[in-house]
Every structure is written in C-alpha cells, then in structure tokens.
Design a protein around this ligand. Structure first.
Ligand code: PRP
Ligand code: MG
Length: 206
C-alpha cells in the first residue's frame, strides 16, 4: 500500500490525467464527492489537502508520497524528503510584478512587497541586496498594488492573464515552478520498489 497526499485543485486535476495515462485506477477518486480519503484498485490510498498540509502529512509520516508544487516546497521549512520526479504539470514561474511605474519610481522608504510566499520573497531580495518590507497575503495577491497595500508582488505567473487584468507587469522572473513528487525518507526505505515503480510509470507518460 502506498499512501499519497495530493494537493487539491489544479494539481489534483492534472495529476488525475497523468495517473490515468499511466494506467492507474482513478475511478474511485472521480466519484468520491466531498470525501477526502479514498482507496483505489492499485493499492493506493489518497488523501486530498491544501499544499502546505501535503508537506505536513509527509513530514509526520502519515503519507509516503506527496504531489505538491515547487512553490510550496520552496516556501516550506521542511526539507527532509526526497524529490523523485518533476511531473511537468502545473508549470508556471515565480515573478516579481508591479505596475509599469515601479521601474522608474525613486523609492524614499523600503519597498513593500505583498506575497503568499514570504520566504521566497525574502530570499529573492537578499540576492538583490535589497531590504524590503514583506506583507503576507493568502491569495489574490495582485490586489496588493491595486489597492495601495504594496509597491509590488511576488507571485506565480502562468498565462499572465491575472497580471494583465490588474494592470501589472513582470519586473523580474525569479524561478520556474512545477509539480513535484516527493517521498518520505523512511517510507522510501521500506517501500522503495513500489515507489520507484510508480515514479517510472509516471515518468513514462508525462
Ligand atoms: C494563481 C496565482 C496567480 C494566477 C496566475 O492564483 O497566484 O494569481 O494564478 O495565473 P495566470 O498567470 O494564468 O493568470 P489562483 O487563481 O490560484 O488564486 P489565489 O492567488 O487566490 O490562490
Ligand atoms: Mg493568485
């Protein structure tokens, strides 16, 4: 039995396509309704949760495997796992974005940067040798400059539609993001063969 924690939403939807292509049984997942835990014919048990919680379940040994975005992994303190595959889904990037005026503006005080990813933001500005004020938002981060809460944002950009719709543009690309398959180190000791088989099958169809 492999226990898997899956990030709800986009990652879940795209992972289902990948699992199906790899020949895995996803029917019980498609018909689970509002349930959050399900077993499948492949001797998998899935639980579905928020991205950071997927890491928490794996950290505490509740699951063997996690499907989670690189964005979450980069902003999470827990690093003691194996990242065994880049599933090449949920492809996007971290970017610094702001209204066009940001480029020319002379800042008298520290810049205010809104983000759902304070650690990624802090690291980026450290590499730039800039001291900024980071304001944590939980979502709809583009609102930061729109409502005057921040000068710029650090957020994920996929198509760029959300930035454009809110009058923002990319100032700098920070790093590439995609969905990763991570494994609890002790699970890997005991279930190496089954886990590697799953990774191989997913890599074959991605
Ligand atoms: C994500 C991300 C951006 C947007 C990027 O937000 O935070 O806002 O998608 O996609 P785009 O470049 O294709 O527009 P999401 O819709 O997940 O909502 P949230 O920020 O409120 O969590
Ligand atoms: Mg958003």
């Amino acid at each position: 039995m492999i226990k898997i924690a899956m990030t709800k939403g986009r990652i879940q939807n795209q992972s289902m396509t990948l699992l199906k292509k790899a020949g895995y049984d996803i029917l019980p997942i498609l018909s689970m309704g509002r349930a959050l835990q399900v077993k499948t014919a492949d001797d998998f048990e899935f639980i579905f949760g928020k991205a950071n919680d997927v890491v928490t379940f794996l950290e505490h040994g509740i699951v063997d495997v996690g499907f989670v975005g690189k964005d979450t992994l980069e902003d999470n303190d827990f690093k003691d796992y194996y990242e065994l595959a880049d599933l090449k889904i949920g492809n996007c990037c971290f970017a610094l974005a702001a209204p066009p005026a940001y480029r020319k503006k002379e800042f008298q005080a520290r810049k205010r940067i809104a983000s759902k990813y304070p650690k990624v933001t802090k690291k980026y500005f450290e590499t730039q040798k800039e001291d900024v004020e980071i304001i944590k938002l939980e979502g709809s981060v583009e609102l930061g400059p729109v409502v005057g809460l921040s000068d710029a944002i650090v957020d994920l950009v996929e198509t760029g539609n959300t930035l454009a719709a809110n009058g923002l543009e990319i100032i700098a690309r920070i790093s590439e993001v995609s969905t990763r398959l991570i494994v609890n180190k002790s699970s890997f000791k005991f279930k190496e063969k089954e886990i590697l088989e799953m990774v191989r099958r997913l890599n074959d169809v991605k």
